[in-house]
Ligand binder design. Structure first.
Ligand code: KIV
Ligand code: ZN
Length: 387
């Protein structure tokens, strides 16, 4: 696999993810998650926004000491005080990056900064130049790029690369874009920014319309080589691009040629850790790591999966660290699933016996959401053959 197709994974669980009300972590918890992110193989850990609070500052310091492989990144706004704080917080990091930026849409320029395109362009380039005094690796974010005018955005990106940005982040801050639009935006930058080959393009998408992952992948297909994401897709409002989705999409569609450094078998365990520490339950039908992601409950699907797993599974649960799929017994289950579970419990039934048990199973299942092993044992306790 060629390196031009290596997609860098930038995890912002501890910064954008942690901004969610109720998800705040202690420094010790952040260090624990950061170490697991390192083991998972992420390339960059955004450890915090140092100027925002003494706690955030200290977390960046401690994560910088505890983690050695990934780049440690600290967020700033486009001003010298923020950048000074980030540089100071990153002082122990072996590999460090300052992530600075400013709004790029006319909406932000007018109503957030009460400024002009020209003035914002200058502030953007000045911030990058200032950050380069402290570190060699400076990422610039063009906030609300999803709604920004492409020609102006291209001008801004060209200016910040000329000022020394090594990575240019094109956030769809409000989760506004369609995948086609977002992909076209990235392509526009590839085609119109004269010095774009001097920087890596990064995608940072939010999920307000449920398209964060689709937009991120569209960005990669059109030339981005860094994806910013969070474990479980945690983040402000409807969340950020979900790391596990991006990793498994690129792995499943390997024919596209992209690859990451993610050790996918560690995904489930880290998802559980983040869910518990951040007190943010994962929805059961969440792609890749939700409780139902590999659970089959309808008779037709159960029969199909028992005949050949890939009839109804495009991913192997073991690849994301889940031991096995689950055949859930409900009133919608068929004889095949019932037989499978009874055999697992040591019962072998001929067709006649199975038909008879199946009728009694249906009566029981109609009164319960799910049939457990204890229920099955009770069912078989009524005078049936056991091997
Ligand atoms: O969504 C966004 O625009 C951000 C930036 C600060 C990178 O989180
Ligand atoms: Zn964001």
């Amino acid at each position: 696999m060629s390196d031009k197709n290596r997609v860098y994974v930038f995890d912002t669980t501890l910064r954008d993810g942690e901004q969610v009300p109720g998800c705040q972590l202690t420094t010790v918890e952040k260090i624990t998650i950061a170490k697991e992110l390192e083991a998972l193989g992420v390339d960059v850990i955004e450890a915090g926004f140092p100027i925002s609070s003494p706690g955030d500052f200290q977390s960046v310091v401690e994560i910088s000491k505890a983690v050695s492989e990934p780049v440690i990144c600290a967020l700033t706004r486009a001003n010298t005080m923020d950048i000074d704080a980030a540089a100071e917080a990153l002082r122990f990091a072996k590999r460090k990056r300052i992530h600075t930026g400013i709004g790029s849409s006319d909406m932000h320029i007018k109503y957030k900064f009460n400024s002009t395109r020209e003035e914002i362009l200058k502030r953007a380039a000045d911030a990058v130049k200032y950050a380069r005094k402290f570190v060699d690796d400076v990422e610039f974010y063009a906030e609300d790029a999803g709604r920004a005018d492409n020609a102006y955005l291209a001008q801004m990106i060209e200016a910040v690369i000329a000022a020394g940005a090594t990575v240019v982040n094109i956030p769809d801050t409000n989760g506004y874009c369609l995948p086609e639009q977002y992909g076209a935006k990235i392509k526009y930058l590839v085609d119109h920014v004269s010095n774009i080959d001097k920087a890596i393009i990064s995608v940072h998408c939010h999920n307000d319309l449920g398209m964060a992952t689709a937009n991120s992948i569209a960005g990669v297909i059109n030339g981005a080589r860094q994806v910013e994401c969070t474990i479980n897709g945690i983040g402000e409002r409807a969340g950020n691009t979900s790391l596990e989705e991006v990793a498994m999409i690129l792995k499943t569609h390997h024919s596209l040629g992209y690859h990451t450094g993610i050790q996918s078998k560690k995904l489930y365990q880290l998802s559980n850790m983040v869910e518990t520490m951040m007190r943010m339950p994962v929805q059961p039908n969440k792609a890749i790591i939700g409780r139902n992601a590999f659970a089959h409950s309808s008779g037709i699907h159960q029969d199909g999966v028992l005949k050949h797993r890939e009839n109804y599974e495009i991913l192997n649960p073991e690849d994301v660290g889940i031991e096995s799929n689950a055949i859930i017994l409900t009133a919608r289950s068929g004889r095949h699933a019932l037989k499978h579970h009874l055999e697992r419990l040591g019962y072998k039934l001929d067709k006649v016996n199975l038909d008879e048990i199946y009728q009694r199973f249906l009566v029981m299942a109609d009164s319960k959401k799910e049939i457990s092993d204890a229920d099955l044992l009770e069912l078989m306790g009524n005078g049936n053959d056991q091997n």
